[in-house]
Design a protein around this ligand. Structure first.
Ligand code: DAH
Length: 434
């Protein structure tokens, strides 16, 4: 199982450690919480929590959210659930195995062992189904510790969508009627779909479900999402038979759905992974107290789609307060971003011996760089690593690219930032700079 947006991790995975220096309490969204050995939420991340870009008028992420919502007019549109969830909500209720890597402090942000930042909007599925919602969309900010480059940012946005119906004749008739309507709509459109079977030995029905019902639900899921893809990408491709929109379905695995799928769209010469989805598992429905229902869920990342539709080249731009960025957009309109001049990049390397006992994870290093340099850190790459043949000590070298999107940085400023990175590395992790 993997999360979406899991572009393979570059470089070597180093082992875990937590930065020193957290106080007894941490204030998040105006509330104080006790810290413990799991606490790893950083000041930079805390500062992002109130921003909620998906609700800021005219922001590309807000327009994209509204566009998706307009495609599902009869669904409840939710966007104000707290980003603070328990690991139970984020993982256990969705049947994530105990040893899933997403649970580790190197991959997720913890306030303490009992509270974390949601890593995906699926964290709210059980709660929303449990409230009695049967057709809903939820757009929210989600948090994952990650590397630093033009397409990764530790905060991003997802839209979750779900539909459940009674697992009986009435429910199935509703699905069949909807399937007929959607099929007719798609037959009139310029879309080519590469499909996979709704069910297969490697993508099975759940024991508690009738395979005929599951087939109908999976078909409804696919038709609903194919037509969403037309809505999102149809303005660019798919307007003529010569230039159809190409969508491909792939078998996938998620702990809380089976069968499960991923959807890719062919855009400007490349297949792009757009979303994950599937038929909701009985365990998830049971946890939500809707055992007699059956349905589907999907989750998609907004930044990747917005970067494509608006031609936005760097994920940091979504957070820019620069008028040259913000003034380009109007709510409800997808326009092509006009890049303004980029300021010069400044590359600086840091080589150090890893601490022998505690270790240092690449994501710890990236969070430290973000805390010092904020969005001025454009890219962090490991460019070298080696183990000393005699002492067995391990040394790594990272290259940091400092570049502001809004102004030219002076040499003094980058030198100061880099010096701070070095001293924080020594103070927080006890590394030996080479
Ligand atoms: N939560 C998943 C992720 O972040 C995406 C996803 C996959 C959502 C399958 C779903 C689903 O609702 O059924 O990668």
């Amino acid at each position: 199982m993997r999360f979406l947006r899991s572009i393979p991790c570059r470089g070597v995975r180093l082992y875990t450690s937590l930065p020193a220096g957290h106080g007894k309490h941490v204030t998040v969204l105006g509330e104080q919480y006790p810290t413990d050995s799991m606490t790893n939420i950083s000041p930079t991340i805390i500062s992002k929590l109130p921003l909620r870009l998906h609700t800021q008028p005219s922001h590309p992420l807000s327009t994209l959210r509204a566009l998706i919502e307009s495609h599902f007019p009869s669904y409840a549109h939710l966007s104000s659930l707290s980003p603070l969830v328990t690991p139970h909500q984020n993982f256990d209720l969705l049947s994530f195995p105990q040893d899933h890597p997403g649970r580790s402090v190197t991959d997720s942000y913890y306030i303490n062992k009992d509270l974390m930042l949601r890593t995906h909007t699926s964290a709210h599925e059980v709660e929303v189904f449990g409230r009695g919602e049967t057709k809903w969309l939820l757009t929210a900010d989600v948090y994952r510790r990650d590397e630093i480059d033009g397409s990764h940012y530790p905060v991003f946005h997802q839209t979750e969508g779900a539909r459940i119906l009674s697992a009986d004749q009435t429910g199935m008739q509703e699905v069949e009627e909807d399937n007929a309507r959607l099929t007719a709509h798609l037959e009139r459109s310029n879309i080519i779909i590469e499909d996979v079977p709704h069910l297969s030995p490697t993508n099975p029905c759940q024991p508690a479900h009738d395979p005929k019902h599951t087939e109908l639900i999976a078909k409804n899921l696919k038709l609903s999402l194919n037509s969403l893809m037309l809505q999102l990408f149809g303005g660019h491709v798919g307007s003529t038979a010569e230039d159809p929109l190409r969508v491909r379905w792939i078998e996938a695995t998620f702990p809380w759905t089976t069968p499960s799928f991923e959807v890719e769209v062919f855009f400007r010469g490349k297949w792009l992974e757009i979303l994950g989805c599937g038929v909701v598992r009985q365990a998830t429905l049971d946890n939500s107290n809707v055992s007699n229902k059956l349905g589907w869920a999907f989750g998609l990342g907004l930044e990747r789609i917005a970067m494509i539709l608006y031609s936005i080249p760097d994920i940091r731009l979504f957070w820019s307060q620069d008028e040259r960025f913000l003034s380009q957009f109007k709510q409800g309109e997808i326009s092509t971003f006009k890049p303004y001049s980029r300021y010069p990049a400044c590359f600086k390397d840091v080589s150090f011996w890893l601490p022998e006992t505690s270790g240092l994870h690449e994501n710890d290093f990236c969070d430290l760089v973000r805390d010092v340099a904020g969005d001025i850190a454009e890219d962090v790459k490991m460019i070298d690593s080696f183990t000393h043949p005699k002492t067995n000590r391990k040394s790594v070298c990272y290259r940091i690219n400092y570049r502001s999107m809004d102004r030219s940085l002076s040499n003094d400023e980058t030198n100061t930032l880099h010096a701070q990175v070095l001293s924080q590395l020594q103070d927080q992790f006890g590394v030996e700079i080479r």
